[in-house]
Design a protein around this ligand. Structure first.
Ligand SMILES: [Zn+2]
Length: 110
């Protein structure tokens, strides 16, 4: 599904795009700022990243930082989350980094 968003085949609210990533708003937000950063190359999930993916991982974090700044939460704080597998409730088979902000979050997460 996210491959189709990257390709522009599905409508989405894109907030940032660069050579390696696309960032768009989650359709079911759990915070005032809830953006997903995905690699343009298909990767199943964070558990499938390997030693050859350090550049991609850096690009994802850099994109998330830009999103946080653009959304005005860089100073107030934000959470970056990778969910992997069933127990983490990952339901989409394309790697995505959640950028969550605009409210306070409990720790540990509920
Ligand atoms: Zn994909």
């Amino acid at each position: 599904m996210f491959c189709r968003i990257v390709a522009g085949e599905l409508p989405s609210d894109v907030v940032h795009r660069d050579d390696h990533t696309v960032a768009f708003r989650d359709i079911d937000p759990v915070a005032p700022v809830h953006v997903l950063v995905v690699p343009t190359r298909h990767v199943e999930h964070a558990g499938a990243l390997g030693p050859d993916d350090t550049e991609l991982l850096g690009a994802l974090v850099a994109s998330a930082q830009r999103v946080a700044a653009a959304e005005g939460v860089a100073d107030s704080g934000y959470r970056l989350v990778f969910n992997v597998g069933h127990d983490a409730r990952n339901t989409v088979g394309h790697l995505h980094l959640h950028v969550l902000g605009g409210r306070r979050f409990d720790w540990p997460p509920g």
